[in-house]
Design a protein around this ligand. Structure first.
Ligand code: GUN
Length: 298
């Protein structure tokens, strides 16, 4: 019997999306338009197409405008950059997201760099990254922002907590570490070359797993009472006898329940927070671009 709380990201995200939808009419009254999000998908990666479709649906459901741009897999770098520039100049667009990964022949960093920082709802441009590191207001990547919201909702003040972030990606690990540092946590960033990961995880009050390796973090690595945020979404291989390609996180959920005080499930934990935070960032970007104060409670 475990006493771990299951952190319901799906419910939290639904509440956040509802608060966003409630804030849209005031923005429209002040500006005469609705916030707009442009999503760019290059190529026909099946998983990316599913993500992009659900982003578009959620955007419309929140009362915002969704602009979807689907480009063929052989799109040239100049063509993609030209589209990003066109979106930068489009007054009806408040947020621009170029779905990653891009096909191999395209330079991801150069494409991201072309996005106007004012519209960088993914928080990936060097300006956004730099502002986060400096502790200045800006736009923060959606998955770490959503993870932090869940942590603060569950724990309250994070000040002085020992946190470990496993993974150092631009999209999750690095910004997550910055956000936890800004909340006065003592932060360890672990990665593939980290020695004795288990011993380091055992010290942590907060464990954020974002490595992309199925069930890598075992329950007996945890300090009793640790709060676990599992960012991983891994599909187990049905060819290896796994039923229906089951989705699992980076944490071995069943064993983690034994020692954790709280944990996010996969699916239904961090995943739903990503899109909700994308809508949040779009609404915030729209307010800032219009010279309005940030919407409250988001
Ligand atoms: N691919 C997977 N996650 C993301 C994300 O958060 N943003 C972008 N742009 N691409 C992704």
């Amino acid at each position: 019997m475990s006493g771990a709380t299951i952190i319901d990201g799906k419910a939290f995200a639904a509440g956040l999306r509802a608060r966003i939808a409630e804030a849209v009419p005031a923005f429209s009254k002040a500006t005469g338009r609705v916030p707009g999000l442009a999503v760019v998908l290059v190529g026909d990666d099946a998983a990316s197409a599913v993500y992009v479709a659900s982003k578009g649906k959620a955007t419309v459901a929140a009362g915002m405008a969704s602009f979807e741009h689907r480009l063929p897999a052989d799109t040239k770098q100049e063509e993609l950059i030209a589209l990003v520039r066109q979106l930068n100049a489009d007054e009806s667009v408040d947020g621009i997201l170029v779905q990653l990964p891009l096909p191999k022949h395209l330079d991801e960093q150069a494409v991201v760099d072309a996005i106007s920082p004012d519209k960088d709802v993914d928080g990936l441009t060097p300006i956004s990254t730099g502002r986060l590191a400096l502790g200045l207001p800006g736009l923060v990547p959606c998955t770490p922002l959503g993870s932090l919201m869940l942590l603060k909702d569950h724990i309250g003040d994070l000040s002085g907590k020992d946190a470990i972030v496993i993974g150092r990606s631009i999209l999750v690990g690095k910004p997550m570490a910055q956000l936890l540092l800004a909340e006065n946590c003592t932060v360890t960033i672990a990665h593939s070359r980290t020695r004795d990961l288990k011993a380091r995880v055992q010290q942590a009050d907060i464990v954020v797993a974002a490595v992309g390796r199925a069930e890598m973090v075992k329950g007996d690595w945890l300090k009793p009472g640790a709060v676990v945020i599992d960012v991983g979404i891994n599909r187990l291989d049905p060819a290896k006898g796994e039923t229906k390609g089951r989705l699992v996180g980076d944490v071995d959920y069943a064993s983690a329940l034994e020692l954790a005080s709280a944990i996010t499930p996969v699916p239904g934990g961090v995943g739903p927070m990503t899109i909700a935070c994308l809508l949040r960032n779009t609404l915030v970007a729209a307010h800032r671009r219009a010279g309005l104060a940030d919407p409250e409670g988001l």
